[in-house]
Design a protein around this ligand. Structure first.
Ligand code: PXG
Length: 458
């Protein structure tokens, strides 16, 4: 048998096993089984390799998480060392370990002032679920147990567990499980391109922020626990808020004594050009969720960061806090997170995302604005989005699923770009170089040209 035939046989075998036994997240199982999943076998730098030998530029850092790129020896070594020294021990029974202790100290240095206590979990969903329990407990300790309603936003993505999915505002995430749970309500999000029409973006930002005030007044501030939001909405379409939005949200939360939870799962660890999106947008959160970039995705790890108000209340509660996961503060995951922070600091990745590399990425993104099917480009740091439209002036969309069409052209031409409805999204590894950014945008333009041709708009 030729080598090519062997490779394709092996790929088919994996695809068949996968189709029989593996339930894929957010997928039509039978349709995917029929098509066969692409088998990613290894990765290096900003490139993925599949079982058929394709080299694919990963414009999405996996799922918005591989900040330091793939194949980093430092992270592998740190994980290996911890696996040999202390592969597991819990943090329940009055014990800790060097990796978890050191990680807390490191995180306190890079998070906003006063965020000094961290509860560790394994995913963004668990971090957000834990936050809801923490905040309900906090209000109970304050003698205000009736403050139970969490206000979040349409198109928000906060995870998939029952509570995190209830916080999420992407409507497709609710009906299959009969969600949202009680005490979860959603308000409009600051999507100027989608809903702002001819209005001034800054005026629109304030108007949408004030939806929070309207909702608090409708529910009664005495019933509202917190406002929960991503600094920049990621999976819901990369919605970048007008500058006026967050200051108004800060003001409203303070005025009505509503806690503010920043979901930094995507925006954290340099993505927007600062350590956290809260730094970039001047957000003053009481609690934050983080995951993804914390280990660059090399290990599952997340955390809830507590500011002084919530942190001190739980610390001084004078009773046992009934919460925690088997793997909270897992030594191997924390060791890898520490090595990840070392690499990010040594290579100035946050400064680069907020400086030279981020600026270059944004410049190349702007150059796509004149493409015949692009109505708007927007971005911050190493995040970028493009709106696919039929008519640039009226923002009218093409019929059908244009995003998927474009995404398939990307995939067929060895680029991973994410389609969210009619929005194309990029979130490359923070280690990307200028030359690699050039390659990325050459590939992106090719996929857009092919999409335009299919739509008769070229
Ligand atoms: N918060 C935010 C802001 C997220 O983006 C989560 C919480 C949940 O994290 P876990 O680790 O439980 O998945 C996320 C996750 C997509 C996509 O298609 C985005 C996420 C996950 C899966 C797919 O853009 N974000």
């Amino acid at each position: 048998m030729s080598q090519a035939a062997q490779i394709s046989n092996q790929t088919r075998r994996w695809q068949e096993m996968d189709a029989r036994h593996h339930m894929h997240p957010f997928s039509d199982q039978a349709a995917l089984a029929k098509k066969g999943a692409r088998v990613i076998t290894h990765a290096e730098g900003i490139y993925l390799y599949d079982s058929n030998g394709h080299k694919i530029l990963d414009g999405m850092s996996g799922l918005w998480c591989v900040q330091v790129g793939y194949g980093r020896q430092e992270l592998a070594d740190a994980g290996y060392k911890a696996l040999k020294e202390l592969p597991y021990y819990n943090t329940f029974f009055q014990t800790t370990n060097p990796y978890t202790a050191e990680l807390g100290e490191r995180l306190a240095k890079i998070t906003p002032d006063g965020m000094d206590r961290f509860f560790f979990a394994n995913s963004g969903s668990e971090a957000n679920d834990s936050m809801v329990k923490i905040i309900r407990y906090f209000w109970s300790l304050q003698g205000k147990p009736e403050k139970k309603v969490f206000i979040s936003r349409k198109q928000a993505y906060h995870g998939v567990t029952m509570t995190a999915a209830s916080l999420s505002g992407i409507s497709a995430m609710h009906p299959q499980a009969g969600l949202p749970l009680p005490n979860h309500v959603h308000i409009d999000h600051p999507d100027w391109y989608g809903y702002g029409g001819e209005s001034d973006p800054e005026e629109f930002g304030v108007r949408i922020a004030q939806k929070l005030e309207e909702k608090i007044l409708e529910l009664g501030a005495e019933n509202v626990a917190a406002f929960v939001a991503e600094p920049v909405q990621g999976a819901g379409g990369l919605i970048i808020p007008p500058k006026s939005y967050w200051p108004e949200i800060n003001r409203i939360c303070k005025k009505y004594d509503i806690l503010l939870h920043a979901d930094e799962v995507i925006c954290g660890f340099g993505r927007t050009g600062n350590w956290f999106g809260s730094h970039t947008y001047g957000i003053q959160p009481d609690t934050m969720a983080m995951a993804k970039g914390m280990t660059s995705g090399y290990q599952p790890l997340s955390a809830v960061a507590l500011g002084p108000r919530v942190g001190d209340a739980l610390y001084n509660a004078g009773e046992e806090w009934s919460h925690g996961f088997t793997y909270s503060g897992h030594p191997v995951a924390c060791a890898v997170a520490l090595a990840n922070l070392d690499v990010m600091e040594k290579e100035n990745l946050v400064e680069k995302a907020g400086g030279e590399i981020g600026t270059y990425f944004q410049k190349k993104l702007q150059e796509l604005a004149d493409h015949p099917i692009i109505g708007q480009v927007r971005g911050v740091g190493l995040l970028g989005a493009m709106e696919l439209v039929k008519d640039k002036k009226t923002r009218e969309r093409f019929e059908g699923d244009t995003g998927t069409l474009c995404r398939d052209h990307c995939f067929n031409n060895d680029l991973v770009m994410r389609a969210i409805g009619n929005t194309m999204v990029l979130s490359p590894p923070l280690v990307i170089t200028k030359d690699e950014i050039d390659t990325l945008f050459t590939q992106a333009r090719l996929a857009l040209d092919l999409t335009a041709k299919d739509l008769g708009a070229a």
